[in-house]
Write a protein that binds this ligand. Structure first.
Ligand SMILES: CCCC(=O)SCCNC(=O)CCNC(=O)[C@H](O)C(C)(C)COP(=O)(O)OP(=O)(O)OC[C@H]1O[C@@H](n2cnc3c(N)ncnc32)[C@H](O)[C@@H]1OP(=O)(O)O
Ligand SMILES: Nc1ncnc2c1ncn2[C@@H]1O[C@H](COP(=O)(O)OP(=O)(O)OP(=O)(O)O)[C@@H](O)[C@H]1O
Ligand SMILES: O=C(O)CCC(=O)C(=O)O
Ligand SMILES: [Fe+2]
Ligand SMILES: [Mg+2]
Length: 325
């Protein structure tokens, strides 16, 4: 970001991220392959093989198997449980219930929660964003000065019969008012085996080479979760890839990659943990007059309700942000 003061959430937030992330040492592996220099989406720090770089350049995502240990995932699961039971809270944390059960009686356990966001002040969860084996890969996309921008633990509930457990096809950049997009990457880790039965990620390979598209609420009869915007005019002929992942497998993907996730047809709550990282060289952009103007308004409305005041979103330029504490 241009200057620390310009970060939403104030300098305190940056300090948290800096403490964990800036100057994270990267392992001293040396690549034995000389890579071509005309790659646009990846950097050569000796971690990605040439084949991995070519795959990401072409497809906009890369799955790396067995990245997070069962022990670490258990810590995240426990921390999530504590939040659901209201034993743990933290500044900035957003706890979201699925739209299908909004009006049912509130039971304070994980059955009510579809996801949590912005867990950077929960040490046992933020630990995920600091895992050296993840950062090593992140650096291949962002370069060495890495910031954690947005965190989520998604607890996709068994579908209540209305298909609201789906996540419509979207580009994550829609939610982010900072650029350049090529220096932003998401790490998304399966906390258990995830396949079509419990709603795996679905990606449209190669769409990261396109532009940011118009996003709107999909017209789904059973309702749509708040802010789950989707792209209406995606190319139906674009091949879709269903990412079947084992526990601990991690996918890194570009913020323009069109993706979504399917319905959870099982009785279990399928869990994934993710962090969006950006290079410290990214800058906030004004979104007025762009496709992101609508989401800015929605974020401002939610912030206004939450704080009971007319919140002015604080960024480097008049734009939107998702990180109001
Ligand atoms: C790369 C990023 C990709 C993404 O993040 S995609 C999805 C982005 N989605 C979000 O960021 C949603 C974040 N969620 C939130 O901010 C909160 O969960 C949310 C929706 C404000 C609700 O917060 P709560 O603390 O539960 O507040 P509340 O119970 O007073 O509800 C406030 C109003 O929101 C409504 N609501 C709550 N959960 C909802 C849902 N799942 N779907 C649709 N509407 C929902 C609720 O009915 C209430 O409405 P009203 O004000 O009474 O009209
Ligand atoms: N009308 C729609 N608008 C936007 N996104 C949609 C729409 N219908 C489905 N999707 C999303 O498209 C993605 C791909 O759908 P697809 O049917 O290929 O797989 P799936 O529904 O995830 O898996 P399965 O068909 O095995 O249940 C899913 O993420 C789904 O949420
Ligand atoms: O279903 C998931 O786990 C991914 C959802 C997603 O893409 C998002 O929240 O941006
Ligand atoms: Fe997404
Ligand atoms: Mg389907």
């Amino acid at each position: 970001m241009q200057s620390h003061d310009t970060l939403p959430g104030g300098p305190g937030r940056l300090a948290v991220l800096q403490r964990h992330l800036v100057a994270v040492p990267v392992s001293g592996q040396v690549s034995s392959v000389s890579h071509p220099t005309d790659f646009q989406y990846t950097l050569d720090n000796g971690v990605l093989s040439l084949a991995q770089r070519q795959f990401y350049e072409e497809n906009g995502f890369l799955v790396v198997k067995n990245m997070v240990t069962a022990g670490d995932l258990e810590i995240y699961r426990k921390a999530f449980e504590g939040i659901c039971k209201k034993e743990v809270s933290a500044p900035g944390l957003v706890v979201m219930r699925d739209v299908a059960i909004l009006n049912s009686e509130y039971v304070p356990d994980q059955k009510a929660i579809t996801k949590i966001q912005d867990f950077q002040e929960v040490p046992d969860l933020f630990n995920y964003c600091t895992l050296p084996q993840i950062l090593k890969y992140v650096e291949c996309f962002t370069g060495p000065n890495i910031m954690a921008m947005h965190t989520m633990l998604i607890n996709k509930p068994p579908d209540a019969g209305k298909k609201t457990s789906r996540h419509p096809l979207h580009q994550d950049l829609h939610y982010f008012p900072f650029r350049p997009a090529d220096l932003v990457v998401c790490a998304w880790t399966a906390m258990e085996r995830i396949d079509r039965s419990n709603g795996c990620l679905v990606v449209l390979p190669g769409t990261h080479k396109g532009t940011l598209k118009q996003h709107d609420y999909p017209e789904w009869e059973g309702g749509v979760n708040k802010m789950y915007h989707g792209i209406r005019d995606f190319d139906p002929n674009n091949p879709r890839v269903h990412l079947v992942m084992e526990k601990g497998d991690t996918v890194f993907f570009h913020p323009l990659l069109i993706h979504g996730s399917g319905m959870n047809r099982t009785a279990g709550f399928r869990k994934a943990i993710s962090c969006h990282y950006a290079s410290a060289d990214c800058n906030y952009i004004p979104v007025k007059g762009t496709t992101q103007e609508g989401i800015e308004k929605e974020v401002a409305e939610i912030a206004g309700k939450r704080f009971g005041i007319n919140v002015e979103l604080k960024t480097a330029a008049p734009s939107s942000c998702l990180w109001i504490d």
